[in-house]
Design a protein around this ligand. Structure first.
Ligand code: FES
Length: 153
């Protein structure tokens, strides 16, 4: 099934003469990340060395080589958020989940990332969980939010 989707996307890429970045974006959108075997298949099909594809996938921070957890937490660490206490929020998230930014918990429940600005600086410090925005964040609030999302399916 996964291989069929990758094959379809490669075929579309070849027919429409798309960009390799666009192809990788499409695969990630379809599968949630870029599995190594999918990159291997793309490499074979379009004749681009696997090392080049891995280079692209690691250069652009939007690409993921590992699956994302059931819940995605993103903490802004841009200047406005930093000044208003984002480092404390990030530290609390990392300690609560037992992972560092860029990692997923072993049970696959949470993935935690940081970003440099979410464009809503008036709400600093800002955290986004599963596309829901939580502004004026502090250590106590973020702990509660993580716990409430842990109970959700
Ligand atoms: S710096 Fe955090 S939203 Fe802009």
């Amino acid at each position: 099934m996964e291989n069929d989707r990758v094959a379809d996307l490669v075929e579309t890429y070849q027919n429409e003469e798309g960009t390799v970045i666009g192809l990788l974006q499409d695969i990630q959108e379809e599968l949630g990340y870029l599995p190594a075997d999918a990159l291997g298949r793309v490499s074979k099909e379009i004749g681009i060395p696997l090392s080049t594809l891995f280079g692209l996938a690691t250069f652009y921070s939007t690409f993921r080589l590992e699956p994302v957890g059931k819940h995605h937490i993103c903490s802004c660490v841009g200047t406005a958020c930093h000044v208003k206490g984002a480092p404390f929020v990030v530290d609390t998230i990392e300690r609560t989940l037992g992972i560092n930014a860029g990692e997923t918990t072993k049970d696959g429940e949470f993935t935690f990332d940081t970003v440099s600005c979410l464009g809503a600086c008036a709400l600093a410090p800002l955290v986004v969980v599963d596309d829901e925005y939580y502004g004026k964040m502090d250590q106590k609030k973020v702990t509660k939010i993580i716990k409430s999302h842990a109970r959700r399916e």
